[in-house]
Ligand binder design. Structure first.
Ligand code: GLC
Length: 543
């Protein structure tokens, strides 16, 4: 049965109803990515959980986001941060129960927040009952749902795992099986209809519980070259930006029919949406996943990869607007997530990195489309140092420590600066990843009291975005003058410009409008001009 949502606040400040006309809330939504294991621990086991997240929903409403996307909450083998799923229609006991998820969705709705889940269709856990049955019997129907090859000296082809090393491992009886990620994540064979049917059940299971859609993991995967032919040449893939060197592994044309079927299911549930993770180098190919009858949007990772320089940023913005514009989809901007080093660190660390992350936030939140904010980025968390013995990421483990991996951007949230960091209740077990000793300085409680904090900046920016449809909802044009990147956002009634000085000198800009928001207190406005210091952004209204 389709569950109807109460009206929720649109990020442009309008009320949207869930009547017949679809609200398309996702077009301009600010979606907050919750790394569940690290968000809030309610029961003191050192692991974030659904009840903890539920208790912090008022924070998200106060912050001013429209929706939350929760990283995988399913029972998991624990080999890849929950992306190795054992049961798609259940909640991992570490996180609570299905009833907890329903309670979360209900509370979120009362606060005007939508809940989006993560779904992982490219692979299961090796502990999934299907894979276990396939291991036990090569002739079982379950074996046909994965990619097995008979025992032989060499793996069937040259495909590489995105986590390093060959994409084929052996079963105890000597067969090969395919895993484009960790060996604990066997790839599903989407040419078997039982696979598609089961995922359709999973979608309905959660949609019937009132969720507002799904972030689709590895949406450019699922189907592989039918002949499992070699990829051309030698290659060593990483998580982002796959090109022709991996032509046989990803982006097979058949996958688009899956998204058409999933879209049709979502269309039965008012106001739900699919957002795809499509890590292809060619943005025009990425955009094809968001054609009107496929997923509603695909995450755009260009800003996440851009060096601090006006050219790459301008190019990132222009190319995404162009590519998604061709198919009529909004751009879904991403500055940080659970797979990348934290922005503050990427942009240079310390005061400089923080200033740039503040400026980048204003840029992203001005751009037309939806914006994905990774939990902790609103606090300006840096990439944490994680001692080797505490690291869990398969990227670190499979590379023998040569690649640091992603643990440092997945550290528990610092909520409180008076009793520990307030991630867990007093007397709790150690957090599942160690929290650096000085992280009370980033705590929510401290930043809430500080008018100049990153948190205060995000909150102000989100409130202004909700009040000014030109921000997030306008048409953008991008230009560069010297070291200053300008995005001119034109809404129906107003134009707001976002200027970012990416150089090392203060720049004087002729201006006669007013300053809506600045990422630094050292911006000086006088009659007719604005002095914009390095690593600083402003939102300006035109007279
Ligand atoms: C996606 C996820 C990443 C995960 C991988 C395999 O890229 O974002 O965290 O490791 O898929 O599921």
């Amino acid at each position: 049965m389709a569950t109807r949502l109460a009206p929720v606040r649109h990020s442009t400040g309008q009320q949207v109803s869930t009547g017949r006309a679809p609200s398309q809330w996702w077009r301009t939504a600010v979606v907050y990515q919750v790394y569940l294991r690290s968000f809030a621990d309610s029961n003191g086991d050192g692991i974030g959980d659904l009840a903890g997240l539920r208790s912090r929903l008022p924070y998200l409403a106060w912050l001013g986001v429209d929706a939350l996307w929760i990283n995988p909450h399913y029972p998991s083998g624990g080999a890849d941060g929950g992306y190795d799923i054992v049961d798609y229609r259940a909640v991992d006991p570490d996180y609570g129960s299905v009833a907890d998820l329903e309670a979360l969705v209900a509370d979120a709705r009362k606060l005007g927040l939508r809940v989006v889940l993560d779904v992982v269709p490219n692979h299961t856990s090796d502990r999934h009952p299907w894979f276990q049955a396939a291991l036990a019997d090569p002739d079982s129907p379950e074996a046909a749902r994965y990619h097995f090859a008979p025992p032989s000296e060499q793996p069937p082809n040259n495909w590489q795992s995105l986590f390093g090393g060959p994409a084929w491992s052996r079963t105890p009886d000597g067969r090969w099986y395919l895993h484009l990620f960790a060996p604990e994540q066997p790839d599903l064979n989407w040419r078997d209809p039982a696979v598609a049917a089961d995922f359709e059940r999973t979608l309905r299971f959660w949609l019937d519980r009132g969720v507002s859609g799904f972030r689709v993991d590895v949406a450019y995967g699922l189907f592989k070259d039918a002949g499992l032919r070699n990829n051309p040449g030698v290659y060593a893939p990483t998580l982002f930006g796959h090109g022709p060197e991996q032509a046989m592994t990803w982006n097979q044309p058949e996958v688009h029919d899956v998204w058409r079927r999933w879209r049709a299911i979502c269309d039965e549930y008012p106001d739900t949406m699919l957002v795809g993770e499509v890590c292809l180098a060619d943005l025009d190919q990425v955009a094809l996943y968001s054609r009107p009858d496929e997923m509603h949007q695909s995450l755009s990772f260009r800003l996440l990869k851009s060096a601090w320089d006006p050219e790459p940023f301008a190019e990132a913005v222009r190319s995404a607007l162009d590519a998604f514009g061709q198919v009529g989809a909004p751009v879904s901007w991403v500055l940080g997530n659970h797979d990348k080093d934290r922005q503050v660190t990427r942009f240079g660390g310390g005061a400089v990195g923080t200033a740039r992350a503040r400026a980048a936030a204003l840029l992203m939140l001005a751009l037309p489309g939806s914006a994905y904010v990774y939990a902790g980025d609103e606090l300006g968390l840096p990439q944490a140092h994680v001692p080797d013995e505490a690291r869990l990421d398969p990227i670190f483990l499979r590379s023998g420590g040569a690649r640091a991996g992603r643990d440092g951007c997945r550290i528990p949230m610092p909520w409180n600066d008076s009793t520990g960091v307030g991630f867990s209740p007093a007397g709790a077990a150690d957090p599942w990843l160690p929290v650096p000793a000085d992280w009370d300085r980033y705590a929510v409680s401290r930043q809430t009291r500080d008018g100049g904090s990153m948190l205060t900046l995000y909150r102000r920016a989100l409130a202004l975005r909700a009040a000014h449809p030109a921000l997030g909802g306008g048409e953008a044009t991008v230009s560069i003058r010297g070291d200053v990147l300008t995005v001119r956002c034109t809404g129906a009634e107003q134009t707001v410009q976002c200027l970012v000085n990416m150089g090392s000198e203060t720049t004087l800009i002729p201006w006669s409008g007013s300053v809506l928001l600045a990422s630094s207190t050292s911006v000086r406005a006088s009659a007719g001009s604005i002095a914009l210091p390095p690593d600083t952004a402003v939102w300006l209204t035109e007279e």
